[in-house]
Design a protein around this ligand. Structure first.
Ligand code: ZN
Length: 168
Protein backbone atom coordinates (compact mmCIF):
# COMPACT_ATOMS: atom_id res chain seq x y z
CA UNK A 1 0.00 0.00 0.00
CA UNK A 2 1.12 3.52 -0.50
CA UNK A 3 -0.18 6.86 0.60
CA UNK A 4 -1.40 9.17 -2.16
CA UNK A 5 -1.34 12.97 -2.35
CA UNK A 6 -4.74 14.57 -1.69
CA UNK A 7 -5.64 17.52 -3.93
CA UNK A 8 -6.68 20.71 -2.17
CA UNK A 9 -9.25 23.32 -3.20
CA UNK A 10 -9.08 25.34 -5.47
CA UNK A 11 -7.13 22.78 -7.57
CA UNK A 12 -9.02 22.56 -10.91
CA UNK A 13 -8.46 18.79 -11.04
CA UNK A 14 -11.07 18.48 -8.25
CA UNK A 15 -13.62 19.63 -10.87
CA UNK A 16 -13.01 16.70 -13.25
CA UNK A 17 -15.80 14.18 -13.69
CA UNK A 18 -14.82 10.58 -12.94
CA UNK A 19 -15.64 7.84 -15.43
CA UNK A 20 -17.30 4.50 -14.55
CA UNK A 21 -15.06 1.51 -13.85
CA UNK A 22 -15.46 -1.17 -16.55
CA UNK A 23 -13.56 -4.04 -14.92
CA UNK A 24 -12.61 -4.51 -11.30
CA UNK A 25 -9.03 -5.59 -11.86
CA UNK A 26 -5.88 -5.52 -9.73
CA UNK A 27 -5.43 -1.84 -10.52
CA UNK A 28 -8.80 -0.96 -8.98
CA UNK A 29 -8.13 -3.17 -5.93
CA UNK A 30 -4.75 -1.48 -5.47
CA UNK A 31 -6.34 1.95 -5.85
CA UNK A 32 -8.90 1.05 -3.19
CA UNK A 33 -6.13 -0.08 -0.79
CA UNK A 34 -4.08 3.05 -1.42
CA UNK A 35 -7.13 5.29 -0.98
CA UNK A 36 -7.98 3.61 2.34
CA UNK A 37 -4.41 4.03 3.58
CA UNK A 38 -4.50 7.70 2.55
CA UNK A 39 -7.88 8.25 4.21
CA UNK A 40 -6.73 6.66 7.50
CA UNK A 41 -3.44 8.60 7.46
CA UNK A 42 -5.34 11.88 6.99
CA UNK A 43 -7.96 10.99 9.64
CA UNK A 44 -10.82 11.14 7.16
CA UNK A 45 -14.00 9.06 7.10
CA UNK A 46 -14.38 9.09 3.32
CA UNK A 47 -12.33 9.67 0.19
CA UNK A 48 -13.19 9.76 -3.51
CA UNK A 49 -10.74 8.81 -6.28
CA UNK A 50 -11.08 12.34 -7.72
CA UNK A 51 -9.37 13.67 -4.59
CA UNK A 52 -6.23 11.66 -5.38
CA UNK A 53 -6.32 12.70 -9.05
CA UNK A 54 -7.77 9.44 -10.38
CA UNK A 55 -10.80 9.97 -12.60
CA UNK A 56 -12.47 6.66 -11.73
CA UNK A 57 -15.79 6.19 -9.95
CA UNK A 58 -14.43 4.69 -6.73
CA UNK A 59 -15.06 5.85 -3.17
CA UNK A 60 -13.84 4.49 0.17
CA UNK A 61 -15.29 5.09 3.62
CA UNK A 62 -14.93 3.96 7.20
CA UNK A 63 -17.38 5.42 9.70
CA UNK A 64 -16.42 3.11 12.58
CA UNK A 65 -14.80 4.55 15.71
CA UNK A 66 -12.25 1.70 15.71
CA UNK A 67 -11.38 2.32 12.04
CA UNK A 68 -11.79 -1.35 11.24
CA UNK A 69 -14.77 -1.29 8.85
CA UNK A 70 -13.43 -0.19 5.47
CA UNK A 71 -15.92 0.07 2.62
CA UNK A 72 -15.17 0.41 -1.08
CA UNK A 73 -17.96 1.41 -3.45
CA UNK A 74 -17.30 1.11 -7.18
CA UNK A 75 -19.61 3.00 -9.56
CA UNK A 76 -21.86 4.15 -6.69
CA UNK A 77 -25.22 5.64 -7.62
CA UNK A 78 -28.03 7.13 -5.58
CA UNK A 79 -31.36 5.72 -6.73
CA UNK A 80 -33.67 7.51 -4.30
CA UNK A 81 -33.51 10.50 -1.97
CA UNK A 82 -35.99 11.18 0.83
CA UNK A 83 -36.33 14.16 3.18
CA UNK A 84 -33.67 16.68 4.10
CA UNK A 85 -31.22 17.08 6.92
CA UNK A 86 -28.54 19.55 7.92
CA UNK A 87 -25.17 18.31 9.10
CA UNK A 88 -21.77 19.89 9.60
CA UNK A 89 -19.32 18.63 6.99
CA UNK A 90 -15.60 18.82 6.43
CA UNK A 91 -13.43 17.55 3.58
CA UNK A 92 -9.82 16.39 3.20
CA UNK A 93 -9.62 18.60 0.10
CA UNK A 94 -10.74 21.69 2.04
CA UNK A 95 -8.80 21.14 5.28
CA UNK A 96 -9.76 23.16 8.34
CA UNK A 97 -13.22 24.19 7.16
CA UNK A 98 -16.45 22.85 8.61
CA UNK A 99 -19.79 24.10 7.34
CA UNK A 100 -23.41 23.02 7.60
CA UNK A 101 -24.81 21.49 4.43
CA UNK A 102 -28.37 20.45 3.61
CA UNK A 103 -28.70 17.00 2.02
CA UNK A 104 -31.22 14.19 1.66
CA UNK A 105 -31.93 12.49 4.98
CA UNK A 106 -32.35 8.98 3.59
CA UNK A 107 -30.99 7.49 0.40
CA UNK A 108 -31.21 4.26 -1.53
CA UNK A 109 -28.03 3.46 -3.40
CA UNK A 110 -26.31 0.80 -5.46
CA UNK A 111 -22.71 -0.01 -6.25
CA UNK A 112 -20.30 -2.81 -7.13
CA UNK A 113 -18.14 -4.30 -4.40
CA UNK A 114 -14.55 -5.37 -5.09
CA UNK A 115 -15.82 -8.85 -6.09
CA UNK A 116 -17.85 -7.21 -8.83
CA UNK A 117 -21.18 -7.99 -7.14
CA UNK A 118 -23.97 -5.46 -7.47
CA UNK A 119 -25.17 -4.36 -4.03
CA UNK A 120 -28.36 -2.41 -3.33
CA UNK A 121 -28.72 -0.78 0.06
CA UNK A 122 -30.18 2.19 1.90
CA UNK A 123 -28.70 4.56 4.45
CA UNK A 124 -29.52 7.47 6.71
CA UNK A 125 -27.57 9.65 9.16
CA UNK A 126 -23.84 10.06 8.71
CA UNK A 127 -23.52 7.25 6.16
CA UNK A 128 -26.14 8.87 3.89
CA UNK A 129 -24.35 12.23 4.15
CA UNK A 130 -20.94 10.66 3.50
CA UNK A 131 -22.10 8.79 0.38
CA UNK A 132 -23.70 11.95 -1.04
CA UNK A 133 -20.54 13.97 -0.29
CA UNK A 134 -18.23 11.40 -1.93
CA UNK A 135 -20.40 10.88 -5.04
CA UNK A 136 -20.41 14.67 -5.45
CA UNK A 137 -16.59 14.50 -5.64
CA UNK A 138 -16.86 12.01 -8.53
CA UNK A 139 -19.00 14.60 -10.32
CA UNK A 140 -16.49 17.38 -9.64
CA UNK A 141 -18.56 18.96 -6.90
CA UNK A 142 -17.39 20.11 -3.45
CA UNK A 143 -19.39 20.63 -0.25
CA UNK A 144 -18.51 24.31 -0.26
CA UNK A 145 -20.47 24.64 -3.55
CA UNK A 146 -23.59 24.49 -1.37
CA UNK A 147 -22.51 27.59 0.59
CA UNK A 148 -23.17 31.19 -0.37
CA UNK A 149 -20.74 32.59 -2.94
CA UNK A 150 -19.47 35.13 -0.38
CA UNK A 151 -18.53 32.33 2.00
CA UNK A 152 -16.93 30.32 -0.81
CA UNK A 153 -14.89 33.35 -1.95
CA UNK A 154 -13.64 33.81 1.60
CA UNK A 155 -12.47 30.18 1.74
CA UNK A 156 -10.84 30.48 -1.70
CA UNK A 157 -8.91 33.61 -0.65
CA UNK A 158 -7.66 31.88 2.46
CA UNK A 159 -6.39 28.90 0.47
CA UNK A 160 -4.75 31.07 -2.17
CA UNK A 161 -2.96 32.99 0.56
CA UNK A 162 -1.72 29.72 2.07
CA UNK A 163 -0.46 28.61 -1.37
CA UNK A 164 1.46 31.87 -1.74
CA UNK A 165 3.10 31.49 1.66
CA UNK A 166 4.13 27.94 0.77
CA UNK A 167 5.60 29.15 -2.54
CA UNK A 168 7.87 31.69 -0.85
ZN1 ZN B 1 -14.64 15.61 0.55
Amino acid sequence: MSKLAVLHFPDPRLRKKAIPVKTIDMGIKQLSQDMLETMYAENGIGLAATQVNMQKRVIVMDLSVEKNSPMTLVNPEITEKVGSEEMEEGCLSVPGFFETVNRAEKISFQYLNLDGEKIEDSADGLLAVCIQHEIDHLDGKLFIDYLSSIKRQRIRKKFEKQEKVRAL
